[in-house]
Design a protein. Structure first.
Lengths: 209, 209
């Protein structure tokens, strides 16, 4: 109970930055819905939580929920589009002199810093996703779409195929492994530096032929 | 009609190697069901095909279908377990002196050769999967499970984390890009050599920092 109460208190501030202000009559409805959903998913599990329960916990109606999210799953993936835009724009804005892998590194480190800013949110979200096969699958699909967007950003920098897809897929592989290390209990490194380390390690590993 | 007829004729021989001999009373039921399913998915699309239609085309009952496959989707992914076992056993059997990335390369090239042996089957399967969001998602999940099995095979060779996961994820990224090149209409290279080329290109790309 204490832990849950602390989580809820943390969520209030954390969810605020996701607030898109869709209606003045319900201040921060989006943030309140996210906070309620994360708390319930953590307490009962994702499958056992209904949209009605999320709305009730947030003191809002189901109708309001569906104005903000397509379904209860999308509460967990609402940030994916913002992450993708951050990744793509960082790669696009990187100096033209940077090698493709360096542009990708810059993009992934920006994403890492953004996730890091969210504090414990990433860890809570990861625990919820790890507990559900459906959510793990959705996460894979979001990562694949991140890889496709990254490859497209590289092609727009003039990187030819298959170099663009290879660099993008390898970059997402690095991100995935770095993120797994980040959410581990024992880890104390920040996410951008884990991404940098993993990329350097990949370089050493592929060179060892 | 001519193309479909040729495909069906090809499928008969191709599907034979998937036959697991689950019942003497229906010779090659599994192969006949696969052949019928691939033909119908190609003609009508995956979503528009029912299990009843597959069974009818194969001259078998729905009950027989469900003795061989959990559902119509699994017809397309029945080979995944065999591929995974081939990958894992090749990595396990690679000389201890090989660097992790070389052991992964050996495993992926063995998988590539196996797919290559199936002739046009990989191309047909890819076209069916590309046309369906549900199947594309299932393919991503199978690739993720391939990456996890590969990482485990590396750990059993004594490779520590995160090197094992990084090498495995990068290996699957290489495989994915090589396979996409392989099924492209214009490609004339064989799959194992595309895998080798992609791995070498990744090495060059990650070194360019």
């Amino acid at each position: 109970m204490t832990v849950a109460a602390i989580n809820v208190a943390h969520d209030v501030s954390r969810c605020r930055r996701y607030h898109l202000g869709m209606g003045r009559w319900e201040p921060n409805a989006r943030g309140r819905l996210m906070q309620a959903a994360f708390a319930l998913y953590g307490e009962r599990g994702f499958e056992q939580t209904t949209v009605a329960e999320i709305a009730e916990r947030a003191g809002l109606t189901e109708r309001t929920f569906f104005r903000h999210f397509a379904d209860k799953r999308e509460v967990l993936f609402a940030g994916a589009q913002a992450l993708q835009e951050l990744l793509v724009s960082t790669v696009a804005d990187a100096p033209a002199s940077l090698a493709p892998v360096e542009a990708v590194a810059a993009g992934l480190e920006a994403v890492g810093a953004f996730i890091q800013e969210g504090g414990e949110l990433a860890h809570e979200r990861q625990a919820i996703i790890a507990a559900s096969a459906e959510l793990r699958e959705r996460e894979l699909i979001k990562l694949a779409s991140l890889a496709a967007a990254l490859a497209e950003a590289l092609r727009r920098r003039g990187v030819a195929e298959p170099a663009a897809s290879l660099t993008a897929e390898a970059g997402i592989a690095v991100f995935k492994v770095a993120f797994e290390r980040y959410v581990e209990e024992t880890n104390e490194q920040d996410l951008p530096s884990l991404i940098r380390d993993s990329l350097e390690e990949l370089q050493v590993l592929t060179a060892a032929r």
